[in-house]
Design a binder for this molecule. Sequence first.
Ligand code: MEV
Length: 327
Amino acid sequence: MTEDLPPIPASTLPVAARAPGKCIVFGEHAVVHGAPELLFALDLETQVFVRPSETTRLNGDPHAGDTNPYFARALASLWPDGSPIDVRAVSRIPRAAGLGSSAAFAAALTAALGSATGGIDRPTLARRSFAVERGAQGVGSPGDTTAVVGGGFLALNGGPGTPLWTVEDGARTWEVRRVTDPGWNWVVAHSGIPRSTATAVRAVGERLSLPDGPALLARFREVAESGTRAVERADRADVARLLVENQELLRDVGVSHPRIEELLRAAAPAAEGAKLTGAGAGGSIVALPKDGKETELVRRLARAGGLPFVVRPSPDGARLLDPVSPG
Ligand code: MEV
C-alpha cells in the first residue's frame, strides 16, 4: 500500500507556504549517478508569503527576478501570466550549509505558486520543485526537493515497497519510497564553511569517471542499501557503522574538508557514528549521539567551532499555511 500525501489545494493570492530543510543520512553525490540515497526532512523550515504587487520583488529586491536563479526559474516556469508579485521569504535553515535551504525555498515557492494557479498533487510538486532547483543549479538529483516535499524519511532508488512517485530528468529516473522513521534524535553541526553544491557535484562526477569510478559507486550503493535496511529495523549500531563507512567513501571522492574532519574528531567520543551531510567541501555533519550523550555531543561540537542543532525528522513536507500570514 502506498500512502496518500495530501495535494496542495487551489487558492488565490495572498498565499503562504512552508517547506522543511533536509538531512542526508546515506548516499549524497552517488544519488546523482543513480545510486540509492536515504534522507529525512528537517524540523527547520523556510516560509514564503506571496501577494499581488505593483512590481515583482523578492524580499524587497526588484532585481531578484534577474539575479536569483531559483526565483527566476520559478517565475519563468510556474507563473505563466507574469502578473507582478511580492514574495517574502524567511528561513531558519542555515544557507549553503548542506541542509536544503535552496530546496526548501524552491518547494515552498512552487507550492505557493502552484496553489495560486489551480492547485497541484504531491508528485507534481516534487517534479516542479526539482525542475526549479535543477534549472538554477545546472546539476544534481531530485533528492533534496523530494525530501522537503514528502517529509519524514524517504529513499531514492532504494527502500521497501511500492514507489510513492518517480522523478525523471530525461537521462535518469529516480524512484521515491517511504522509509519508517526509527524515532531517534540526530545532531547536525554546520562547519561555518559555505560551499557550492554545483562545484562539488561536478568534481565528484569527474572523480567517478576515472577507471575505479564504477567500483567506488558500487560501494556507495552497498552502504546506502545496507544503511536503509538498518534504519528500517532501527539498528543503531549498524547505522552508526555505516555512517562512518559512508564518510570514508566521501573522503575518497574528495568532498570532505579539514573543518569537517575536525568536527568529526570532536564528535567521536559522544557519537556512535557521524559523517558529512550534503554536498560537503564544507557544509555540515550529521551524527548519531551515544545513549545519554546528546548534550555532551552538542557541547563538543560547539567547542570545536561548529554550529550544532539537535534535530528530529519532520513528518511534514511542503504545505500551505492557513490562515495566510506574512510570517
Ligand atoms: C546535495 O544536498 C546532495 C548532492 O547529492 C547533490 C544532489 O543530490 O543534488 C551532493
